[in-house]
Design a binder for this molecule. Structure first.
Ligand SMILES: [Zn+2]
Length: 208
């Protein structure tokens, strides 16, 4: 990665040699008192050839605390679903999602100036899905890119742990990431998300 300063959603972020920090969020204890215990920092690393990876660490704990993006979306949702914060949860998750999507778009636009916005959007979506550890099927055609997802880690968390509300807000954040990623790369690109017969989720980017 190149070093430099870049601007996302009202804030400057430092682009260091290998990791770009994009967001820090609090991790609550999850109990009724909502004690602030720690915070996690999300960063982007990688390059245009291998793709970008969004993951996070608790700064004091280092690499051992590494979490993937799907785990972090659920963690964020749990932190904001503490009783006192409940009303703010969907709105805050939307803000988090927008910041992540815009930051990824900013890095891609800065580092792939010779690619068209269509290629940049494709790089953004594949990087995002890899970061979520999601297997997907990509279909391109008729001015659209489709990503079919059958095994969604966010849905799986709802099935195994029963955290239904948090899973909904985690999906909301995922859609916000996709939406802001495509919009920040090119405002004429349109993102849609639907439940499909052929796949559990179908994420689509439409060319203008
Ligand atoms: Zn899902």
């Amino acid at each position: 990665m190149h070093s430099g300063k870049f601007y996302v959603d009202g804030s400057y972020f430092m682009l260091t040699n290998s990791k770009t920090s994009i967001l820090t969020y609090p991790i609550g204890s999850g109990d009724m008192r909502y004690m602030l215990e720690n915070e996690r920092t999300i960063f982007i690393e990688g390059d245009a050839q291998t793709g970008y990876m969004i993951s996070g660490e608790i700064p004091e704990a280092g690499a051992i605390s590494r979490a993937n993006l799907a785990e972090m979306l659920l963690e964020m949702a749990l932190a904001w679903d503490a009783p006192r914060k409940h009303d703010a949860s969907p709105q805050q998750m939307n803000v988090y999602g927008q910041r992540i999507g815009q930051a990824l778009a900013q890095v891609i636009k800065q580092q792939t100036p010779d690619q068209n916005t269509w290629q940049q959007a494709e790089l953004g979506m594949t990087s995002l899905l890899h970061s979520l550890n999601i297997a997907y099927r990509q279909d391109a055609g008729q001015g659209a890119l489709h990503y079919g997802i059958n095994h969604c880690p966010l849905c799986a968390a709802a099935d195994t742990s029963g955290i239904k509300n948090e899973t909904e807000t985690a999906h909301l954040a995922l859609r916000a990431i996709c939406q802001s990623l495509t919009q920040a790369i090119d405002p004429t690109l349109q993102f849609t998300s639907r439940e499909g017969k052929e796949a559990k989720h179908v994420l689509t980017i439409l060319l203008a």
